[in-house]
Each structure stands twice: as C-alpha cells, then as structure tokens.
Design a protein around this ligand. Structure first.
Ligand code: HEM
Length: 488
C-alpha cells in the first residue's frame, strides 16, 4: 500500500489519543521535564531501539518482489514442485547488495554484488543466495571471518586498508580467480539490473526416480551487462550514493520490470569423481563446453516493497532454505553457509524471524513445525496442538517419501588440506585473462593498480607473481600499471 493522504488521529502504541506531539511536559515553561510525560518517554524509548544489527556482510542492499515462470521442462532432473510444469509461476523476492560496504555505503563501489533470490514455492521457501560472480575467494568456510576483516575497516584507523585486503588475498592464491573478476571491467556493475547472478556453489537436483545430479544456477540479465569504469563510478558516487537502489526502484515504478533468465548446468552424479576440476571447489567454474547451459525459466521484478525496513532489511535469506528435489552438495563453503545464515538471522532478527511476512513461507501448503515460544511469538504459537511427536493424534508425522537418496562420501575424519586435492589456482584465472580483449586486459591492469596502491611492496610483488603464474602477460601488465600509478 503506497502512501495515501488521510486525516486519522495520532495515537500511542497502545492506541490512546496523543493530545500534543509538539511540546514535552515541563515544570513551568523553562523548567525540567516530568516523568509523567508518557508520550515523550514512549517516543524516545522506541527511537532508542529502532536500529537492528546490520548484516555482517552485504549490509547495503535493495530488494523487490516479482514473478518466476517456468519456460522449459527440467523434470527429468528434479522433482521440485516449482518446476513441475512449463508455464507454472511462483512469487519471488530478490535482494541485491554490495559486500564490504556498511548499511550507508555508496552503491557504485568496486566490489562483488550479492544476488539473493527467494522463491515462495508450495513446498516451502527456496533461496538462492548468490553473487554476481560464479566463483569466490576461497573454498573453506573457516577463512570467511578473515575475509570479512580483510575487506572491512582497519581496527586502528577505521579506514579501508589496501594492505589488510591485498596482503590477505595474495597469501591465498586460490583467491586470484575471484580477484581477477572483481578487478576486471565487470567489477563495478552500472546497476543491479545490468548484471548476471550465480548460485556459485554446486547444489544437487533429485528427480522422482531418486537420481541425483549436481547443478549450478545461473541468472542471466535480459537488460544486458553494463559496467562503470573507476572514473565513471567516482562521478556517480559524487552525485548519488544510492545509484543502484534508485535505478532499481525507479525502473520498477515506471513499469520497466527487470528480468533474468534462469539456466542450469547439470553434472551427472558420478562425473564428480573424475571431472578435471574439483567440482565442489568454489574458486572454480565448470566449463560450459562440458556442461552447457540449460534454460529453465525467467523471473521479473515488478513490485517495490511498500516499506524498506519491513521487507528488505528484515529479509533473512539462507542457503539452507531448500525444498524437495533441490539440495546441497559437499562444497565446504556451502556447508559452512548452511549453518551461518540461520544463525545470523536468529541474532539479527530473533528466533521467530520466520514469522516476518517477507520470510514466511507464504506459498507453502503447510507450515507445521513443533517449534514453540521464543521472543516475539505472535502467530498463536500453535494453540493447543500437542508439542511432541510421536503422539496419539497422528499430528504432523515425518514424511519418509521425501528422504534423499544416500550419498557416497569419503572415509576418515580429519582437517584435510584442500591443496592436496587440488592446487591448480592459476589455470582458470589465466583462461579468463586470455578470453579478455586487449582493452579489457588494460582495464584489469589499471583497476588492479589503483586498488592495490597503498599495500606493502612485498604484497604487490606477490600479486604480480600470482598473476604471472596465471599468464606472463597478466603479470607484466599489472607490473607496468603499478609502476604507472605509483603502486610499486
Ligand atoms: C550475507 C556469511 C559466503 C552471498 C551474509 C551474512 C552472513 C554471511 C552471516 C549476513 C546474513 C544476514 O544477516 O541475514 C557467509 C559465510 C560464508 C559466505 C560464513 C562462507 C563460508 C558467501 C558466498 C556467497 C554469499 C560464497 C555467494 C555465492 C551472500 C549474500 C548475502 C550474504 C547475497 C546477503 C543476503 C541478503 O541479501 O540478505 N553472508 N557468507 N556469501 N552472503 Fe554470505
């Protein structure tokens, strides 16, 4: 409901009329205030509690509702009800974000963009909590809090610190693929509408016969890719810190609904054991020649939320929101994330965050948990329904028909060094570099030099060494640009 004029009276939160919203109550016109000014106390006390913690990463973002429609049949790969028929539609909510910036940061920064899409399916909410890049900096979730510190502010100066950032990245050469993408001409999308989205991880599809395939999700923008150079971005930020949010909001308001096409890459389960890249390594992509894109459907965003805080700030996405027929994989990063988002939501919004309308599985035929109580339980708390299972009432029996097929996994429990499994950090960033035009390569060199300037010489040299291992021309180009921009 958009804002409409009305003349209804002002009340307190308890519904009583407020007589005066201009003058607090004092002992005489110049005297101190009185504790009996209940309205002043209520108003200040509410104000004092209005800020909730921002998301630890991806704090700055924008969101909108829309519609997903199936255009191609993929029922041979998944039994998920959302994909059961061509033409089937389901409501979606998407939130796009930058990663490192705080809630008030400028949009047009060089950074990854978050690309989170929730599908309100009849079998529950399915969230793809992805990015605008198909890979990530590392492949073990144990490193994620370190990454956060590397890209956020210096503990002493509270400034962004290129040495914290690049010292970290260059010491983890598996980050080079992601770093190459962020420093490339795609490192600053012109808007949220002009970028692709990727589930990035490997997930699994399970079909009606109980067969598992590994799957990657790709959302390709129908608006076309458009990016900003460093210089263009600086000009945009000087005039508008909310350029992405404004662009998305205004496009939807004028009926120019942005659309993305959903594709999947499908890998037969057994291929994972022999594929030439580690299929669950988040720093790597699957070649499209080996596993071509298969079209599935499209979604458009066609409705701005009426209230930003209610729907966008309170949205709690999690990769653990999975539905029958769509599941996880052994990707270690994904496994870490399966825990972290629900945990973050319980801290940021509370244990009953599922009741917040944007998070509620609104299209699900049933929501029958035995969860009870907790702060802000406002949905009736299941009334007098028994709170235990098994019980004698046949309530809410488990559903073995939805069990996933057994999965073959490794043997010994240990802290395995990923490098012993796959230490090829450089083939894919090198391939990406060689795919770039001369202009794109030059942009990569210059963007890198501008971004790394301020890091210690040994860090810059280490980065050049890593780039050289990917492609000697990559290393040489970055060296020259670093000399030109005074980064060496
Ligand atoms: C937000 C953790 C890796 C995409 C967040 C949040 C946390 C988090 C705690 C804030 C959640 C909230 O308060 O609601 C982690 C951990 C990771 C990881 C522990 C690695 C182990 C990734 C990766 C991607 C990603 C690889 C993309 C492929 C996002 C997005 C958001 C987010 C899009 C914002 C969601 C929204 O719009 O509300 N992450 N993250 N993260 N993360 Fe991650």
């Amino acid at each position: 409901m958009a804002f409409a004029e009305n003349t209804e009276p002002l009340t307190t939160a308890a519904g009583a009329p407020v007589a005066d919203n201009q003058n607090s109550m004092s002992a005489g016109p110049r005297g101190p205030l009185l504790l009996q000014d209940l309205w002043l106390i209520e108003k200040l006390a509410h104000f004092d509690r209005e800020v909730i913690p921002e998301r630890r990463m991806h704090a700055k973002g924008s969101g909108a509702f829309g519609t997903f429609r199936v255009t191609h049949d993929i029922t041979r790969y998944t039994k998920a009800a959302i994909f059961s028929e061509v033409g089937k539609e389901c409501e979606v909510f998407a939130r796009f974000s930058t990663v490192a910036g705080e809630r008030g940061a400028a949009d047009a920064e060089r950074d990854i963009r978050g690309f989170a899409v929730r599908f309100y399916t009849e079998e529950g909410n399915w969230d793809v909590v992805g990015n605008n890049t198909p890979v990530f900096f590392h492949r073990d979730p144990l490193k994620f809090p370190d990454l956060n510190r590397a890209v956020k502010r210096d503990p002493r100066t509270n400034l962004r610190n290129p040495e914290n950032n690049w010292g970290y990245w260059t010491n983890l050469p598996e980050a080079l693929h992601q770093v190459t993408i962020v420093m490339s001409d795609r490192g600053i999308p012109k808007s949220y509408r002009h970028m692709h989205g990727f589930g990035s991880h490997t997930f699994s599809f399970i079909n009606a016969e109980g067969e598992r395939h590994w799957v990657k999700f790709h959302f390709r923008t129908q608006q076309g890719i458009q990016n900003l150079t460093d210089e263009e971005a600086a000009n945009v930020i000087a005039g508008d810190r909310e350029s992405h949010g404004r662009d998305l909001f205004e496009a939807i308001e004028r009926g120019d609904f942005p659309k993305w096409t959903l594709f999947v890459q499908i890998m037969p389960e057994a291929d994972a054991e022999t594929y030439r890249f580690h299929p669950f390594d988040l720093t790597k992509v699957w070649s499209k020649k080996d596993y071509p894109l298969i079209e599935v459907g499209e979604f458009e965003l066609n409705r701005n939320p009426d209230n930003y805080f209610a729907d966008v700030e309170q949205a709690a996405f999690t990769p653990a929101n999975l539905v029958p027929g769509i599941s996880y994989s052994p990707d270690k990063m994904l496994q870490g994330r399966l825990f972290s988002y629900g945990d973050a939501a319980r801290y940021r919004l509370g244990v009953n965050h599922h009741q917040i309308p944007v998070n509620h599985p609104r299209a699900a035929k049933l929501v029958n948990t035995y969860h009870r109580d907790g702060a802000m339980r406002v949905d009736g708390n299941q009334g007098g329904v028994p709170g235990v299972e098994p019980n004698n009432f046949g309530r809410w029996a488990e559903q073995p028909a939805y069990a996933e097929p057994a999965q073959k996994i490794g043997s010994t429990a240990d802290r395995f060094d990923f490098r012993e499994d796959d230490d090829d950090y450089f083939t894919q960033p090198g391939d990406l570099f060689r795919l770039m035009s001369t202009e794109q390569q030059q942009a990569l060199f210059d963007n890198t030099a501008r971004a790394i300037k301020g890091a210690r010489r040994e860090t810059v040299e280490r980065h050049i060494e890593n780039c050289t291992k990917a492609d000697p021309d990559y290393g040489a180009g970055v060296r020259k640009a670093c000399e030109k921009f005074g980064a060496l």
